[in-house]
Design a protein around this ligand. Structure first.
Ligand code: PEP
Ligand code: MG
Length: 762
């Protein structure tokens, strides 16, 4: 008998009851079991199952079932896209099939005893774009489930999402770390190849940022002090350390005037936190257990919050608890924080997280599981923290303090390195330091081998990089990424605060040109405090200039701050990111005109007429390049995004990295066309994406006529050396040959022939 709508409604009610159960329940498995039982019984299904996404392995794991073989729990695993369950998660939509065994995506698991169940209905469990798991019901009778069932199960999944996300969190917190890593690592686990993202070397103990780390879960309690007094002391020590970290951060990063550790302070100020811990200790609980228990309660509370900014702060609670526990240890050991001097392994980081890590003196960062990372890498480079990205989620399970040697010049990771590897590392490090010394001997001007002048400018993300840019004789700032002062704060900086930041920028660069790019947020560069709705496809969403044109107040404030700060700057230029049409460019330019008019009316000192340019990052501008060259005062090609959008390949997604081809014929021809248009209209043009410092790409850029390059300051010596070895006539012929090539293969052949001719002498 099929259920009716009424029963669906009563099911919703029952499930909401379960939310109370989860907070009381100590046994998560029992909770999940109850969920699947109630779902199956209300939908009159023979089978009810729940799969949760394991963030470490990226697999969907069967966590509870009513109807399938119970011993298959935890054993049936599918990757996203694999089997009907994996397809549901991949598509993020319900899947209803009345004859599931015939479905080409059906995956047979012998141990599940699933054969008799012909009808299959699954829905994804998700919160916004966060994937949590899949809920499944099955029935013996073919074509059993109908549209009403789909709707009902979907509603249940939506209702369950928050609770189940917390269950996932609790599983992570309670479960002892997996012992996937043997105590002594066999040879094949000792070397991992990743992608070099921020250069440098580090030899240091590992610290994985994950739930269930040694401080939060595994360590036997007798390593900690147990008393209330011990707890109070560790709390005071933690408060002192946080204060110190904040002070150091402000010195190192003048942009970060606001509190980076605001959530930590918020919790420390909450009397419930301290009181509950002391109460529990008073009742006889060990201090470490009390800290963990109360922290978990707070984490659950934050995780349940509707505001994603607050939800994200749950990580900060764990971090705070970890710090208190670190100070509660009987044997104090090394370092002033759990991360101090460690190589941190994490599965996801935002640019602002990198700031926190920098303030803790981490030795390096290894990011596992891909994800969007390009600006995290930019941030790591700005802060000179070596960083490698790799696809090895199991690194998160590495025993704490395993020695790691990371060579982030090459992307090599050595776990528990042998004496010989260590010796090689020391030698390479010595040579590297020597050559770094040589590199600093920069010439103030840069020429090709035959004497053609090429201007080298700096990309600046953080004000602290200006000194490096000056030391390395940058001729100006070709790209100031103005979003970083916004990223490091916890509220939007005011016009006045922004003005102070830009003033430092102009003052330090004195009479040299400075090009400020207006706010380029969105995509990976999130400002959580804006609490914007989540987008399924943020790289194609309301980002960058689109965001500014929609939020004119934010745009106007920034423009006013730039114009006021640059009042006396002789060579101020402003450019807009992600321009996709002439109309957009004109609208943005008009905003500048209006800001100037307003400032004049208000009699506030300001720059009267900055050069206004556009970044070239979108394929659409190719079709209107002539008109754009007429309208804009200059072009800056952002090859990072240009390649991403031309080839429709996420620049931060490791799994499609193979498609990210700067040497794709379409990219080469498009670049040549843009440069040619800029020349024809006598408009200055620069390249400021990563290709501007790529020794392999530079001969082509020079060959098509690029004469202004803007790169991260640390790359300037390399760029000067590379340009110095390029003969212009030769570069032109090489570029012509590449432009004639229609396939990647032909490009490869031409490169193989020409590249050795452009290599600087060692
Ligand atoms: C680019 O897209 O090439 C660029 C310079 O901008 P960003 O890397 O900040 O997106
Ligand atoms: Mg860009």
């Amino acid at each position: 008998m099929k259920q009716n709508k009424r029963e669906h409604l009563s099911l919703l009610y029952d499930v909401s009851e379960l939310s109370a159960l989860v907070s009381d329940s100590k046994d998560i498995d029992a909770f999940l079991q109850q969920v699947v039982q109630s779902v199956a019984s209300h939908l009159h299904a023979d089978v009810g199952s729940i799969y949760l996404l394991d963030d470490n392995s990226g697999e969907l794991v069967l966590k509870a079932t009513q109807g399938l073989n119970p011993t298959s729990v935890d054993r049936i695993r599918m990757r996203i896209g694999e089997g009907l369950v994996g397809v549901t998660m991949a598509r993020m939509e319900p899947l209803c099939d009345g004859a599931a065994c015939d479905n080409p995506n059906f995956k047979f698991f012998e141990e599940a005893h699933e054969e008799p169940y012909t009808s299959f209905l699954s829905v994804p469990i998700h919160r916004g774009i966060e994937k949590i798991g899949v809920l499944v019901v099955q029935h013996r009778q073919p074509d059993y489930f109908d549209d009403a069932d789909v709707m009902a199960l979907r509603a249940i999944a939506a209702q369950l999402a928050g609770i189940v996300a917390n269950v996932k969190l609790m599983i992570g917190l309670r479960k002892p770390a997996k012992t996937a890593w043997p105590q002594t690592l066999p040879g094949e686990l000792r070397f991992i190849k990743g992608k070099a993202s921020a250069a440098g070397f580090a030899l240091a103990p590992a610290m994985a940022l994950k739930h269930g780390d040694p401080l939060m879960g595994d360590a036997p309690d007798d390593t900690f002090q147990s008393s209330a007094q011990g707890y109070r002391q560790s709390l005071q020590a933690t408060i002192g350390q946080l204060k110190q970290l904040q002070e150091q951060l402000v010195l190192r990063l003048p942009e970060s005037a606001a509190l980076i550790f605001d959530a930590h302070y918020m919790i420390l100020k909450d009397p419930r936190f301290d009181r509950q811990i002391l109460d529990l200790i008073g009742q006889g609980l060990h201090a470490a257990t009390a800290v963990r228990q109360v922290a978990r309660q707070f984490i659950t509370l934050f995780e349940d919050n509707a505001n994603p900014y607050i939800r994200e702060k749950s990580q900060d609670i764990e971090d705070l608890a970890r710090r208190i526990l670190f100070n509660l240890r009987k044997e104090k050991g090394e370092g002033r924080s759990p991360m101090d001097g460690h190589i941190v392994i994490a599965s996801q980081l935002y640019p602002s997280d990198v700031l926190k890590l920098a303030s803790e003196n981490v030795a390096g960062i290894i990011l596992v599981n891909g994800g969007t990372t390009s600006h995290v890498a930019i941030m790591a480079r700005s802060l000179q923290i070596p960083m490698i990205i790799c696809q090895r989620g199991e690194l998160l399970q590495l025993p704490a303090d395993t020695q790691i040697l990371m060579d982030a010049d090459l992307g090599n990771i050595y776990l528990d390195p042998s004496e010989q590897v260590r010796r090689q590392f020391a030698e390479r490090n010595r040579v590297r330091e020597q050559t770094a010394g040589e590199a600093v001997r920069m010439q103030p001007q840069t020429f090709t081998a035959d004497g053609t002048r090429v201007h080298l400018l700096a990309n600046i993300n953080l004000l602290s990089e200006l000194t490096v840019a000056q030391d390395l004789k940058a001729e100006g700032v070709g790209l100031y990424r103005s979003e970083f002062p916004f990223i490091v704060r916890s509220v939007l900086p005011s016009e006045e605060e922004q003005r102070l930041v830009y003033e430092r920028l102009f003052k330090q660069m004195a009479d040299r040109p400075v090009c400020v790019r207006t706010l380029d947020i969105g995509g990976e560069k999130v400002l959580p405090y804006l609490n914007l709705p989540q987008e399924a496809n943020p790289e194609l969403g309301l980002r960058s200039i689109r965001f500014l044109l929609k939020h004119r107040d934010v745009f106007d404030q920034q423009l006013r701050a730039i114009l006021r700060a640059g009042a006396h700057s002789e060579q101020l230029s402003i450019m807009f990111p992600m321009i996709s049409s002439l109309d957009e460019f004109e609208a943005a330019r008009q905003a500048v005109d209006e800001a100037i008019a307003d400032l004049s009316r208000e009699r506030l000192e300001h720059h009267p007429k900055p050069a206004i340019g556009t970044m070239i990052e979108m394929p659409s501008v190719l079709a209107i390049i002539d008109e754009l060259a007429t309208a804009a005062d200059f072009f800056a090609i952002g090859t990072n995004d240009f390649i991403q959008y031309m080839l429709a390949v996420d620049r931060g997604n490791e799994s499609v990295a193979g498609y990210y081809q700067p040497f794709h014929p379409a990219i080469l021809r498009a670049l040549a066309r843009i440069v040619e248009a800029a020349d024809r209209y006598a408009k200055p043009l620069s390249v400021c994406g990563e290709t501007a410092h790529d020794p392999e790409f530079l001969p082509f850029l020079i060959g098509i006529g690029v004469r202004r390059l803007s790169a991260d300051p640390i790359f300037l010596p390399l760029v000067q050396r590379t340009v110095g070895a390029i003969d212009l006539d030769r570069a032109r012929s090489y570029a012509q040959e590449l432009l004639a090539a229609a396939t990647l293969r032909q490009v490869e052949t031409a490169r193989a022939k020409w590249q050795p001719l452009f290599r600087p002498q060692a």
